[in-house]
Design a protein around this ligand. Structure first.
Ligand SMILES: C[S@@+](CC[C@H](N)C(=O)[O-])C[C@H]1O[C@@H](n2cnc3c(N)ncnc32)[C@H](O)[C@@H]1O
Length: 543
């Protein structure tokens, strides 16, 4: 090689060395964005040098050295990009490095961690297992084996739905949140009679059965203190939440595609029914997703219609996020419509939502949860569904519409509003239902509409004594309301309070446990459920 040629080569080499040192230092200092920039310069130069060397001075040693540096730089850039949650690009870096060296330790480790973050457990497991074969694994055995075990556990959970939160509950939610996998149970998305698409049971399901576990695209939580600051704090949280979602959709094509399947609340009858496979993480190739644009107006409508507040009537928040006001977007759960006779509830654990049946559900029945309180009369529910921006088309509303105009019904409602003794109101309603030939589940609908009165009556020893057998037995009312609207803390509480006055027998305890399963799901076993129910009885001051 001529001397001037060697000088020409040495200068890019020097630059490459400087760039590599700088990028490594930035990585160590956790300055992710800056390190990505410098690694990019290094990688471009390295690639240029590789092709030059290949073309002009084929030198195997030199080429090998460049390829090695390139692999390492790609793995490091992937690490920095993954810290910035740029998962699509980070995975592309890993794949590029693995194309050069299919057993590159750092690239495999980084790819495994990203796939784990994206809940693609078996693919992540393959990466960690291959990395274990590398000599470098010896110094990292504990970490690698930890990842392997985690992947196996999560893969099992996501395949079987075998989740158990009992120990965590019994430990008073101490420590970090339990590790959870995403899970899709016996459900499918179909066209709904309520509006647009909905989630449906693919087989008969009993109360407490887990239907899905979904990780949020983003959540935002904050402690809302005094009344004055509430509005501002909520606005701030909402703004941060929108920013986070927009950022996530920009960074990950898969997230963008998933969010774009959600309703804007307009013309829901024309919306397509997405394939369930879209929501199964393992089946999807992230880089092959479409680039459907989500403009800001559409994004705002999607978030308005689909975001869920963690602490709502049909949800229980377990663990640390209980103390916070939290809002989030969970894509698959967003396909669940509202009903005033819901059959599902949610549990919020960290960034995950777990949806389970709150009563027995038949195959083909639509899965619904309550967006707002359904233990209220129809007029009040109407007002609430209007503020949500829709007119509720559920069976219970349709049934109750015929009673709205009944004079006697109006008199009972007005009487309660004016402070009429609730025992009398219930007696009138129960007698009315006999005359109007209201039977089965429909009795539960009307009782649920007058729930606050039933609750007050059964909660008062004086009223229970005064009205005696003219009031239906508490367990009959509880069963019918739970059958119509699913389990609810307030309904179990009435049963438990009644039980406390007497000594609860085995049958009553069975009933309480079944209702408990409807509230917390089967992911919480007997002892843990008892402790949660006891806590509820003390927490709930009103019905
Ligand atoms: C979170 S989305 C539910 C899924 C939606 N149906 C879809 O096709 O994507 C909420 C929207 O569904 C509709 N919806 C939900 N429950 C309803 C009900 N009971 N009656 C009428 N529309 C309902 C409303 O338009 C509401 O804004």
């Amino acid at each position: 090689m001529r001397e001037e040629d060697q000088q020409q080569l040495s200068s890019p080499e020097k630059l490459m060395q400087e760039l590599r040192l700088k990028a490594n230092e930035l990585l160590l200092r956790e300055e992710w964005q800056e390190s990505v920039q410098v690694y990019t310069q290094f990688i471009d130069l390295c690639q240029e040098q590789s092709s030059n060397t290949n073309q002009h001075y084929p030198n195997t040693d030199q080429i090998n050295k460049l390829q090695k540096s390139l692999c390492l730089a790609l793995s490091n850039r992937a690490e920095a990009r993954s810290r910035l949650k740029d998962f699509t690009e980070a995975l592309e870096d890993c794949d590029q490095a693995l194309k050069i060296d299919s057993t590159h330790f750092k690239a495999l480790l980084c790819k495994g961690k990203i796939l784990l973050c994206l809940n693609r457990y078996s693919m992540a497991l393959d990466c960690f297992k291959t990395a274990l074969l590398d000599p470098q694994a010896n110094g990292n055995l504990e970490t690698l084996n930890g990842y392997v075990e985690k992947c196996k556990k999560l893969e099992f959970q996501s395949r079987t739905g075998a989740f158990d939160l009992s120990d965590w509950v019994l430990n008073g939610f101490r420590g970090s949140f339990p590790e959870l996998a995403e899970y899709i149970g016996p459900v499918e998305i179909k066209q709904s009679q309520l509006s647009g698409r909905g989630l449906f049971a693919a087989k008969n399901i009993d109360a407490g059965t887990l239907l899905l576990v979904n990780k949020a695209i983003a959540t935002e939580r904050g402690i809302l203190s005094s009344e004055d600051s509430n509005e501002n704090a909520q606005l701030m949280m909402w703004k941060n939440f929108i920013d986070e979602i927009v950022e996530s959709t920009k960074k990950c094509r898969r997230i963008q595609h998933l969010v774009s399947t959600l309703s804007t609340g307009e013309e829901e009858e024309n919306l397509g029914v997405p394939e369930m496979s879209l929501f199964r993480q393992e089946a999807e190739e992230i880089s092959s997703k479409s680039n459907e644009e989500l403009d800001m107006v559409r994004m705002m409508s999607i978030l308005d219609v689909n975001s869920l507040v963690e602490d709502s009537v049909s949800a229980s928040v377990l663990g640390k996020n209980k103390d916070y006001y939290g809002v989030g977007l969970w894509v698959l759960a967003s396909f669940i419509n509202h009903s005033c006779h819901p059959n599902a509830r949610r549990l919020h654990v960290g960034d995950y939502v777990l949806v389970h049946a709150s009563r027995d559900v038949k195959a083909g029945e639509e899965i619904t949860f309550a967006y707002f309180d359904v233990l209220l009369p129809m007029e009040k529910r109407r007002e609430m569904s209007n503020t949500w921006g829709f007119h509720c088309h559920c069976k219970r509303c349709k049934f109750e519409e015929q009673f709205c105009s009944k004079q006697e019904m109006k008199e009972i409602e007005m009487g309660i509003e004016r402070g009429l003794e609730v025992g009398g109101a219930i007696f009138r309603l129960e007698e009315g239902m006999k005359r109007w030939m209201v039977r089965g589940k429909e009795k539960g609908y009307l009782r649920a509409s007058f729930w606050p009165s039933y609750c007050e009556a059964y909660g008062s020893e004086k009223l229970v004594k005064r009205w005696g057998r003219r009031l239906p037995a508490v367990d009959v009312v509880v069963d019918s309301v739970a059958e119509a609207t699913g389990s609810d803390e307030r309904v179990v509480k009435v049963l438990l309070m009644g039980g406390l006055r007497r000594t609860a027998n085995v049958v009553e305890m069975e009933r309480v446990m079944k209702l408990g399963r409807g509230i917390y799901g089967k992911v919480v076993k007997k002892q843990a459920m008892k402790s949660l129910l006891q806590h509820e009885v003390h927490e709930l001051s009103g019905c």
